[in-house]
Structures are given as C-alpha cells and as structure tokens.
Design a protein around this ligand. Structure first.
Ligand SMILES: [Zn+2]
Length: 340
C-alpha cells in the first residue's frame, strides 16, 4: 500500500462517520475486553493550543469529556490490578478501561488526578522516581518552558527569535531532535546557563514532589506503579543495570510512600524498548505486572508482563480517534503497518 493510500485509510478510520457505527458493531462482535490507555501530561484547552510540545499533553477538557463518554457507553474504569483480575477470570468481565499516567509531573497532581476524582473513577500513576528525587534532568520540559515564555533564546551558541506558536513548535521539534540521546542533559545545562535559567527552579516547576505523591498515595482512587529510576530504555541495558532500574524504583516508592508497588510500565514501551528478557526481569524484580506501549486490547489469558497500552496523543482530541483504541482498530492497524 502506498503512503498516500495509508494516510487516506488512516484519515477515514479516524472520522466519526466511520468509527462510531463501527464501535457499536464492535461491541456486539468483540464482547468483553479491556483497553489500557496511557499519556504523560495535561493542559487546559486554551493553554494546550500554545504549547511547543503539545502532542505530549492531553487536553484536560477533552479528557473530562472522554471520561463522561466512556461511562455513557458502558465502559467501567478500573485499576491495572482489577484489569488483570478480570483478564484472569473465567466469567464475563464486561468492558473495562484503564488510564495510566507515565513519568508523573506536577500537573498529574494539580490537574489530572482531580479530573479522575470528579468522575469518581480510578487512575494509575507510573512514577519515574528520578523526577521527585530531582536526579532526572527534565530537559524537554525545561526547553519547552523557555521556548514558550521567551521571545529570544540562545541555542548551542546561536540566537533564535521566537514569535508565533507554530515557530515555537518547530523550534522545539528541531532542538529536541538534535539533543535527544545521552548528551541531552549536558546540552540542556549549557542552554540554561546561556539563557539565565535556574535549572533547579525549572525542575521543581515541572516535577511532581514526594509530598504530592504522599497525598496521592492516600487517595483510594489512585494506584501507584513504577516506571524506572531514570526513564531508561530497559532493552538497551545490561541485565544488571536493567534490574537496578526496575528494582530500585520499586524499593524507593515503597520506602518513601510506604506502599507495596505491584505494577511496572516500561519507558517508551515499544517492541525495541522491552522484550521477553525484560518481561522476565520485571517478574524477578518483584512486580506482578508490566505494561508496554504496544497497541492492542486486553483479553482473557493476557500475559501480565506484557500488557498492551494505547498512547493518547495530545493532538487526537476526538472521541472517534479514541474509539479506534477501544475497538482495537489502532492495534490492528499498527500490526499491519509493522509499528509495534
Ligand atoms: Zn515514560
């Protein structure tokens, strides 16, 4: 299939005229199933429009509407623990959906969990412990903040003038792509020095803190899991280093929050980022499940150490696109296109 034909097929599949009737039919054919959805950050609609890295954020107003939609359509919002219990049960499990927030920034506490509380439904947080510990440089968040608030920045010795939101988005995409990799933290530190940015203050402007997590850990609607110490790509590490990322995050959350941490989510989470060796390591590290970002649905007999999750891209602010996930169409399309 040509790229054009694929794009046309994708556009058609994301249109509500095509997807919504299909979703109704799918409910009759597919029957009981679970769908795990994941995302990172959120912003209110009016702020979302201007963000240089807005695909990384779910529009909080859309999330609010979508939670109402899933309830109206008869989906039950559940924790990962409950999703696994249903996947292992022989009886009818109904249709259930889990929402997980990866990494965990300040907006998880200030904006996101309150949306779930308003709907009185649970949410799962997969915490990267280097964020509240202040050991993981949040270079993308800091870069984005500077590109949003400044009209002129110095990047790698060159002056850059910023005006329109489009230009700020293009600047973010270009700089983030050139920084990405092991040198990102150094490039970011040099950027902060050149632009008079207080790197610590910037970190705490975006990071979730242990105090916030302590409050969240006491909330009966919040399930807390681990997402490594340093947001490492687990498949790229030696078994020893991989085990540290898995086990240390679990121990740190346990020590700091006094909770048993049962669930884990792999950073990045696609096939190249975590494989069978890593699923086995997650089990060895004491977790009872591990989630990926391979698209698809949860059915009976699901392997708890490679749970599929569908990423909510910030720009997909339509129920039709979300139905692609709920019906498993996005997972089927990803398999056809080899994007696993
Ligand atoms: Zn992550």
């Amino acid at each position: 299939m040509t790229i054009l034909a694929l794009a046309a097929a994708k556009a058609m599949m994301a249109s509500s005229a095509f997807v919504l009737p299909l979703a109704k039919a799918a409910d009759r054919v597919l029957g009981p199933r679970g769908c795990c959805l994941t995302f990172h950050r959120a912003a209110p609609s009016e702020q979302w429009e201007r963000l240089p890295n807005r695909d990384f954020y779910v529009d909080a107003d859309f999330l609010d509407r979508f939670l109402g939609y899933v309830r109206d359509q008869g989906w039950e919002v559940v924790t990962i623990s409950e999703a696994l219990r249903r996947a292992a049960s022989a009886g009818s499990t109904g249709r259930y959906v889990n929402f997980s927030i990866d990494d965990c920034y300040r907006d998880t506490f200030e904006l996101l969990v309150p949306v779930f509380r308003r709907h009185n439904v649970p949410v799962t947080l997969f915490v990267t412990t280097g964020i509240p510990d202040g050991t993981l440089p949040l270079w993308a968040a800091g870069l984005e903040d500077a590109l949003l608030s400044e009209d002129r920045v110095t990047v790698d010795g060159e002056e850059m003038t910023l005006s329109s939101p489009e230009q700020r988005r293009a600047a973010f995409a270009q700089i983030a792509a050139s920084w990405d990799g092991p040198q990102a933290a150094d490039r970011y530190a040099a950027f902060c020095a050149a632009n008079g940015i207080d790197i610590d203050a910037m970190h705490w402007k975006h990071a979730i803190s242990w105090e916030m997590l302590e409050t969240l850990a006491r909330d009966p609607l919040v399930e807390i899991g681990a997402h490594t110490v340093s947001h490492a790509r687990i498949a790229s590490l030696s078994p020893r280093d991989a085990m540290h990322e898995l086990a240390d995050a679990r121990l740190r959350l346990n020590a700091r929050l006094g909770i048993e941490v049962e669930h884990f989510a792999f950073p990045y989470g696609r096939a190249a980022d975590c494989g069978p060796r890593d699923f086995a390591l997650a089990q060895k590290a004491g977790f009872s499940s591990a989630a990926t970002t391979r698209k698809g649905l949860v059915h009976g007999g699901q392997n708890p150490f490679s749970i599929p999750r569908n990423t909510m891209n910030g720009s997909h602010r339509s129920v039709a696109t979300m139905e692609m996930h709920l019906t498993g169409l996005s997972g089927a399309a990803a398999k056809v296109m080899g994007r696993v």
